[in-house]
Each structure stands twice: as C-alpha cells, then as structure tokens.
Design a protein around this ligand. Structure first.
Ligand code: GRF
Length: 239
C-alpha cells in the first residue's frame, strides 16, 4: 500500500476547502489519510462533508467556553500544563497594550479550548494539522504541542500575504481597489497570518468584478492550491 501521512483538519464553516482535500485524497492526488475533522462550532456545515466521507468528527464549542470564562474568570481552570507568562511572552496575536486583563482572559479561554482540541487530535498521531476555513487564531499553547519537531500546522488565507491579514482577505483586497487578488497557504506561527509561505495563487480583478465575483475566483484557486501544498508537505515527510 502507498505510504501516506496522517492529517487532521479544523473548520468553522461550509468546508469547501475541506471537500477539495477529501476529493484529492479519494482520487489519490495527495498522499494523505484525513483521519479527524474538528470544528469550533456545532453549526459548521463542513462537518457533514467529513461525516459523509466516513471521517471522525468533533466540536469544541469556542463560543460557550469564551462565554464561561468571561462570566466567571476566577472559576475558569486552565490546563495543568498552561503557563500564562510563557504564552503571554510568546504570542503576537494581541498587543500588551490591549490591557493585561483582556489578554489574560483571551489566553486562558483559548488554552481551555485548545486543550480540548489537542485531546481530540493528539490520539490520532497526525503529521499535519490543516486549517480549512478555521476562523480562530491558535495560541502558542496549541502550536507548541503540535510542532514538537517541525512546523506541522498549515492555513489557507484569502489574500496575497503579507497584504491583508485578518478575517476578510477578499473583502479587504476588493475594497482597496486592487487589480490582483489571490490566496496564500502558509505555516501557522505565533502571529496572525504571519508564518512562512508555502504557496500562492493570483487572479486578475476586472473593472466590473463584484465582491462576489472576486470571492468566487479566489475560492476556485484555493481548491487547487491547498491540495498541491499539502502534497508538497506530504512528499517531504514521506521522503
Ligand atoms: C476560505 O476563503 C479560506 O481562505 C478562509 O475561509 C474560507 C473558508 O471557506 N480562511 P470554506 O469553509 O473552505 O468553504
């Protein structure tokens, strides 16, 4: 049997990138066994795509975890191996100037959620964690527990990084009046959309293109680019 890497994916929404990866694996275009798919909310429609493909799924309900920490910060118990000072120093997601308490609450709630993600993902001994429209930033607490020996978390971003990081890459590209848009696959590091770039694809934005047209052009390229970058990673691991 052909050797494959083991991968887990995290999603938040419709999961069209997830579907592209499921299809690429089924057609033998990528040497990947997608063994688990998780979401940050129970409504993520991509969960059905995973279930249909016979892949184990789980949900870590970020909204409810964040709400609980906000309501009763004193009662929130972060994981035993969580060191607030260490994570606070490493992370580049929220500036210290945002205020100690706000940052502390953010890091504690995320560590609780990320511990739950790890408990679901680590038993599968994955080589790669694929963020496929996962709309949550990951803190060093999670990243360090996946990247034991090398970078193993990748993300797809809807803009040509380093331009337009954040949650609305196509919207930001369109509103700026760019004549070229694109998408980027990158490793996840301690910042937001700042990790080393693995691949990019660009498209022209024509005079009459609407935001919807831009999103459509971009997504179609994402579905090509993501499996290609995943296969590059797999090839390096498999040798
Ligand atoms: C994609 O545009 C991706 O770049 C961004 O979120 C969107 C997810 O779409 N991070 P889907 O859930 O894969 O359909």
């Amino acid at each position: 049997m052909k050797k494959k890497i083991r991968a887990g994916a995290l999603i938040s929404g419709g999961g069209t990138n997830l579907q592209a990866i499921i299809d690429a694996a089924a057609q033998g275009r990528i040497d990947v066994d997608l063994v688990v798919v998780g979401a940050d909310n129970p409504e993520a429609r991509g969960l059905e795509r995973a279930a249909r493909a016979g892949i184990e799924t789980f949900v870590v309900d970020y909204k409810s975890i964040i709400g609980q920490v906000k309501k009763a910060r004193d009662k929130a118990s972060p994981p035993d191996d969580f060191n607030l000072e260490e994570i606070r120093k490493k992370q580049h997601l929220i500036p210290e100037s945002a205020g100690g308490q706000k940052l502390e609450q953010f890091l504690i709630s995320r560590a609780i959620a990320e511990r739950a993600l790890l408990d679901k993902i680590l038993p599968h001994r994955v080589d790669l964690v694929i963020l496929a429209g996962f709309m949550r930033t990951l803190t060093p607490y999670f990243i360090d527990r996946i990247n034991i020996d090398q970078q193993r978390i990748i993300n797809i971003h809807p803009a040509l990084l380093p331009a337009f990081p954040g949650t609305d890459g196509y919207g930001d590209t369109f509103r700026y009046g760019c004549r070229v848009g694109g998408c980027t696959v990158h490793f996840v590091d301690y910042g937001e959309d700042t990790g080393p770039i693995l691949g990019q694809r660009a498209f022209a934005i024509e005079e009459n293109d609407t935001l919807e047209a831009v999103k459509k052009k971009g997504l179609e390229l994402e579905w090509e680019l993501y499996p290609e970058c995943i296969q590059d990673f797999a090839r390096k691991i498999l040798g």
